[in-house]
Ligand binder design. Structure first.
Ligand code: HAM
Length: 428
C-alpha cells in the first residue's frame, strides 16, 4: 500500500455509518425536545481563540493543537474542541442579545495531536451543547439530565455520572494555594508532568495516572471542603434538582477537567462496562468568565460534549442494537434478466423511490441464485424479477425473501399492491 490514512484518523463506511447516523439523529431529536438549536462554526479559528479560551497551560494548548500559518502568515488552529469556537461566534455575532439562556448544539470534527489508542484519536467527532447566559443551578442540572438522557436513549445501561465543583475564581485561588502547600514536601516524589503542573495548572495533578502521585494525592485537601458559601450552595442545589429528576450521580471530589475556562460545576459520564482510562463518554462544565474574556458581557454558561467514536465503539462492543427506522425496514431489489428491459426497470424504480421505498437494481444479471443471495445478505426484504414474460406482459414477479413465497402482479392494474406490500408486511 502506498497510501495510508494519517495516524489517529479513520474512514467510516458500512455499519459504522449506520451507528453515526443513529447517534446523530438520537442527539438531534433530544436536543429539539430541550429547545436547543444548531450552530455550525468553522473547523479552524485564529489560534488565540483556543490558546486564550482553553488556557495556555492546558495539555491541549501546550501539546495537542494542530497549528499552522496560512499564506499570509496568520496563525490558525484546527479546532480541538467546540466551546471556545461557539463562544467566539456568540460574542462576534452578539447572539446573546436574544432570549437567554441561549441554547445551542453542535456536531463536528475536532483535532488533537494525542497519542492514538482505542477511543482516542487525532481526528474525532464531538456532539455538544452550550447553554449561554444563566448562572441558575437548574440549568446545570438540566444539562446533566440531557447528557444522561442522551446515553439512555442510545441504549446504554451501566452509566455513572461524576460531578464535582471546582469553585469560582475566588475559592479556587485559595484552595490552589493550600494544595500547593500540601504538595511541597512531596515535590521530589512527584512525576515530571506533575512537577510541571504545579504553579501553572496545579489542579490537573488530580488527573495523573501514576500510582506514586495518586498515593500522594489520596490525602490531599479536597476542594469541596474549601468552596465559598455561594459555590457550596450552587452545588447543593444542582444535586437536589438531580434528586428530583431521579438521576443517580457520584460526587467525585477528585474530578478535575482539562480546560482553564471551567468554574463551579464540572461533570463526566462514564460507562462501567469498560475498564479503560479512556472511558469518559462525555464531559462538560460551567464556564462563568469565558464570554467576558472574549469581549462579551458577563454571562455565565454551561455545556458538555460527547465523543461520537467512543460512543459508537462502546455500543458495538456491548452489542447495543440500533433501533431501525421503521420507514427503512422494507426494501426491494430488482433483478433484470436482460439489459433490454432497462426502460421497464427504470419505470418501476422511479415509482418505488417516489413512494420512498428503498430499492436498487443490478441492471445486468449474471446468475439469479447469486443475485437472490446478495439481496438477502444485504437486508432486502423482497426481490422483483423482470424476465421475458414480465417485460412483454407488464408483469412483476415478487419474491418475499423472508418466506420465499412468490406472486405475480400486473404493473398497469396492481401497482398499489406493490406499495401495500412494502408498507404492510402482512399484506398478501
Ligand atoms: P472533553 O472532555 O475534552 O470536553 O471532550 C468531550 C468528549 O470528547 C470526551 O468525553 C470524549 O468522549 C471525546 N474525546 C475527547 N478527546 C478525544 C479523542 N482524542 N479521541 C476521541 N474522543 C475524544 C470538551 O471538549 C469540552 N469542550 C466539553 C464542554 C462543552 N465543556 C463545556 N462545554
Amino acid at each position: 500500500m502506498i497510501y495510508n490514512s494519517p495516524r489517529g484518523t479513520s474512514d467510516y463506511f458500512g455499519e459504522s455509518i449506520k451507528y453515526i447516523d443513529f447517534i446523530i439523529k438520537t442527539s438531534k431529536d433530544l436536543f429539539k425536545l430541550y429547545n436547543y438549536s444548531e450552530i455550525i462554526t468553522p473547523h479552524f479559528e485564529y489560534t488565540e481563540v483556543f490558546s486564550r479560551g482553553i488556557g495556555e497551560n492546558s495539555d491541549i494548548v501546550k501539546k495537542e493543537m494542530y497549528t499552522f500559518l496560512d499564506k499570509k502568515g496568520r496563525s490558525l488552529t484546527l479546532r480541538p474542541e467546540g466551546t471556545a469556537s461557539v463562544v467566539r461566534a456568540v460574542v462576534e455575532r452578539k447572539l446573546y442579545s436574544e432570549n437567554l439562556p441561549l441554547k445551542l448544539f453542535y456536531i463536528g470534527n475536532m483535532f488533537r495531536y494525542e497519542k492514538p489508542q482505542k477511543g482516542r484519536m487525532r481526528e474525532f467527532k464531538q456532539i455538544g451543547i452550550e447553554a449561554i447566559g444563566s448562572d441558575n443551578p437548574a440549568i446545570d442540572a438540566e444539562a446533566i439530565w440531557l447528557l444522561h438522557n442522551l446515553f439512555d436513549n442510545l441504549g446504554f445501561k451501566n452509566l455513572v455520572l461524576y460531578i464535582n465543583s471546582i469553585g469560582c475564581s475566588e475559592c479556587r485561588r485559595n484552595y490552589i494555594k493550600l494544595l500547593e502547600e500540601y504538595l511541597k514536601p512531596y515535590n521530589e516524589q512527584l512525576c515530571d508532568d506533575c512537577k510541571n503542573r504545579i504553579g501553572k495548572n496545579t489542579l490537573r495533578v488530580f488527573d495523573c495516572k501514576i500510582q506514586t502521585c495518586k498515593n500522594i494525592l489520596a490525602n490531599a485537601p479536597k476542594i469541596s471542603n474549601y468552596l465559598c458559601e455561594s459555590c457550596r450552595k450552587h452545588l447543593k442545589d444542582v444535586f437536589s434538582i438531580l434528586d428530583i429528576l431521579d438521576i443517580k450521580y457520584v460526587h467525585n471530589e477528585n474530578l478535575v477537567r482539562g480546560f482553564d475556562y471551567y468554574t463551579r460545576t464540572i461533570f463526566e459520564i462514564i460507562s462501567k462496562d469498560i475498564d479503560s482510562t479512556q472511558n469518559a463518554l462525555g464531559g462538560g462544565g460551567r464556564y462563568d468568565y469565558l464570554i467576558k474574556e472574549f469581549g462579551g458581557p458577563e454571562l455565565s454558561s454551561i455545556g458538555f460534549a460527547i465523543g461520537l467514536e467512543r460512543t459508537m465503539l462502546l455500543m458495538q462492543e456491548l452489542g447495543i442494537r440500533l433501533k431501525e427506522d421503521e420507514n427503512n425496514l422494507l426494501s426491494a431489489y430488482l433483478i433484470s434478466m436482460s439489459n433490454e428491459f432497462n426502460s421497464y426497470i427504470f419505470k418501476i424504480l422511479k415509482f418505488l423511490r417516489k413512494n420512498k421505498i428503498i430499492c436498487d437494481s443490478n441492471f445486468n444479471i449474471k446468475n439469479i441464485s447469486k443475485e437472490i443471495k446478495f439481496a438477502k445478505l444485504n437486508g432486502y426484504s423482497h426481490i422483483l424479477i423482470i424476465g421475458e414474460d414480465e417485460f412483454n406482459n407488464n408483469l412483476i414477479t415478487i419474491k418475499d425473501l423472508n418466506n420465499y413465497t412468490q406472486m405475480k402482479i400486473s404493473w398497469l392494474d396492481e401497482k398499489n399492491k406493490l406499495l401495500n406490500l412494502f408498507k404492510n408486511p402482512d399484506y398478501k
